[in-house]
Design a protein around this ligand. Structure first.
Ligand code: ATP
Length: 203
């Protein structure tokens, strides 16, 4: 199977995540997108706003019913700081014989060289990158110092066309704290969940 691993805080999951995942699934012909909420993000050590349980429940609500979207609790169960390289190694040993990809927004690509063992990540899986407002054009050439140019060339073929969606979890948490509407930024079920769980009342 061709499996795309999509890591993030998902605090909360929003339409930017879902549109990214669906476009990657379709255009890169993925059999499955594996949503992978992190325990602690190496990029956001200040910590999460929603609990692990709440982030998992929101993911289930948002992707439930999509045949090829699956949620994993591997990083949350492992605990500690979630490094993509550890996750990909674990997935490969648990489910050998698959072709692995990992999905990310252009902001993540820009910082990719600072991730733990980026060269190793590129040996385990191929990145699929989607543009994000404010991050400039997606440039696989950013990976050239980390991998062979032949490999980077194959990444150019993986480029995905997706509209730029100006939504972030930060913006959603801020809007909830400011008592502004988040309708149409997240699925309806997530909007309702945030209200009933009284989440993000302080940004
Ligand atoms: P926060 O605002 O809390 O930093 P976020 O909206 O960036 O959160 P994450 O869960 O941290 O969401 O993102 C997970 C992945 O999804 C990252 O690779 C990020 O680049 C990507 N992503 C999130 N939102 C978008 C978007 N609107 N367009 C493109 N990529 C996105």
């Amino acid at each position: 199977m061709r499996i795309g691993v999509f890591g993030g805080s998902f605090d909360p999951i929003h339409l930017g995540h879902l549109i990214l995942a669906e476009n990657c699934r379709e255009q890169s012909k993925l059999d499955q997108v594996l949503f992978m909420p992190c325990a602690l993000s190496p990029h956001k050590l200040a910590g999460a706003h929603g609990t692990d349980r709440q982030r998992l429940e929101m993911l289930d609500l948002a992707i439930g019913g999509h045949r090829d979207f699956v949620r994993s609790d591997l990083e949350i169960k492992r605990g500690g700081i979630s490094y993509t390289v550890d996750t990909l190694r674990e997935l490969e040993s648990q489910q050998p014989g698959n072709e692995w990809f990992f999905l990310m927004g252009a902001d993540s690509l820009k910082s990719f060289a600072t991730w733990r063992e980026p060269e190793e990540i590129l040996k385990l899986a191929r990145p699929i990158v989607v543009g994000r407002p404010g991050s400039g054009p997606v440039d696989p050439g950013l990976l050239e110092p980390l991998s062979s140019s032949a490999y980077v060339e194959t990444l150019r073929e993986l480029s995905v066309e997706s509209p730029l969606i100006d939504i972030s979890s930060t913006k959603i948490r801020q809007r909830v704290a400011d008592e502004q509407s988040i309708r149409f930024l997240v699925p309806r079920s997530i909007e309702q969940y945030i209200v009933t769980q009284k989440m993000y009342q302080v940004a």
